[in-house]
Design a protein around this ligand. Structure first.
Ligand SMILES: Cc1ncc(COP(=O)(O)O)c(C=O)c1O
Length: 390
């Protein structure tokens, strides 16, 4: 068996294959410069409006609001939906911390449900067990741009009367049964953080086809004022009319976002190609488990994850790094965090979450990878995995 680089053997690659890279070029710099030259850097200006229209088109919804982050977009969503203190909201523990934090700030009771093995997304059966008469909403995370079991969840929501607020932070360009992720619930939210497929550095968007929610949201994002109506010439001055805060982004970043959206189709297509090569090249490799695609799912492959023995995962990542491949773990389950243990209701056993979080390894996937890079990642994973099953 080939000696691993971690044990002094020759690495597959001397120069590390980067985990993530954005497709950035002169287009983004020119888009930002154009806004700066216009002298109008303010948020909610003409460039923001164009960006929002493009986002709404991609998400297949009537309204989109560009915000400082996905976290801020979620905050706008829950304020616009009038989440009340004491309302219960169920989300996966295998999720990003800021979403749970927004709920805590709003005084909601945060309850965790387990995920399913095949996609690492919320398990509707586990959600069902957590429902009570106080359940206001469920927040599914479409992990890595793969949809959760939306049909089962939507069905359950109809029967048991809760709202779905979709965490589509990782999911721009992904769909289920031809419908964009983020457009299935009462509202959804996207992220344009640096780590995402397309980015404005920091940024996010609230997306919804609920006109009533959108009317609230345009006030909430503008400090609780009717500034949006003022900009449309509907009122002659703007004033305080509702709860809200300063959630809008500068037109400079909206300009960058427009340049990034021009590349969305290309970067998504390349991610899909790479994922296909990984799925074929790693099929049947002993010691690793691959994601299983649900019928009707069209992921944007924000993440390509594999699962390995949790006892060996950290060693596996270190061995891959020594072979020249940057691979990483991900979410630490929220229910076991110091904050959750002190302040949230005790969680039920969440065995799939715990095992998946401890087993997960994310491989490099982005449009900057050449076919040779992808082949080398596969070679490194195969080489290291052979030592996992000794
Ligand atoms: C699933 C998920 N939800 C929410 C967020 C928060 O996004 P943002 O940093 O834009 O607030 C992230 C960010 O990584 C995420 O991965």
């Amino acid at each position: 068996m080939e000696r691993l680089a971690i044990d002094g053997g020759t690495p597959v690659r001397k120069q590390k294959i980067p985990f993530h890279a954005l497709d950035l070029g002169p287009e983004e710099a020119e888009a930002a410069a154009r806004v700066i030259r216009s002298g109008n850097l303010i948020g909610n200006g003409p460039v923001t409006r164009e960006f929002q229209e493009r986002i709404a088109g991609i998400a297949g919804v009537r309204h989109a609001f560009f915000t400082a982050s996905a976290t801020a977009a979620f905050h706008v969503g829950i304020l616009s939906a009038d989440l009340a203190p004491g309302d219960e909201v169920i989300l996966p523990s295998f999720a990003f911390v800021s979403i749970a934090n927004v709920l805590v700030l709003a005084g909601a009771r945060v309850l965790f449900a387990d995920i399913e093995n095949r996609t690492l997304n919320l398990d509707p059966a586990s959600v069902e067990k957590a429902l009570t008469s106080k359940t206001r909403a469920v927040v599914p995370v479409h992990y890595g741009g793969q949809s959760c079991d939306l049909e089962a969840l939507v069905d359950l929501a109809r029967k048991r009367r809760f709202e779905i607020w979709e965490d589509a932070a990782q999911s721009i360009g992904a769909s289920f049964r031809g419908r964009a992720l983020g457009s299935w619930g009462r509202f959804g939210f996207l992220s344009f953080h640096h780590t995402k497929n397309v980015s404005t550095g920091e940024g996010g968007a609230l997306v919804t086809s609920d006109d009533q929610l959108a009317r609230r949201a345009e006030v909430v994002i503008e400090k609780g004022t009717d500034r949006s109506a003022f900009l449309r010439g509907e009122v002659d001055k703007y004033t305080w009319i509702d709860r809200g805060s300063s959630f809008v982004q500068s037109d400079i970043l909206a300009g960058v976002g427009l340049a990034q959206l021009d590349k969305l189709e290309r970067v998504t297509a390349r991610r899909r190609q790479i994922a296909r090569i990984y799925l074929d090249g790693l099929a049947g490799v002993a010691g690793i488990r691959l994601p299983e695609l649900r019928d009707g799912m069209l992921p944007n492959w924000h993440i390509f994850w594999i699962l390995v023995d949790p006892e060996r995962r950290d060693w596996f990542l270190a061995a891959l790094a020594a072979e020249g491949v940057s691979a990483t773990s991900h979410f630490v389950p929220l229910h076991g965090s110091p904050f959750a243990r002190r302040h949230l209701p005790p969680a039920p056993p969440l065995p799939v979450t715990e095992r998946a979080a401890a087993s997960l390894a994310r491989l490099p996937i982005h449009a900057g990878l050449s076919d040779a890079d992808v082949r080398d990642v596969i070679a490194a994973v195969r080489k290291v995995a052979a030592h996992l099953v000794l």
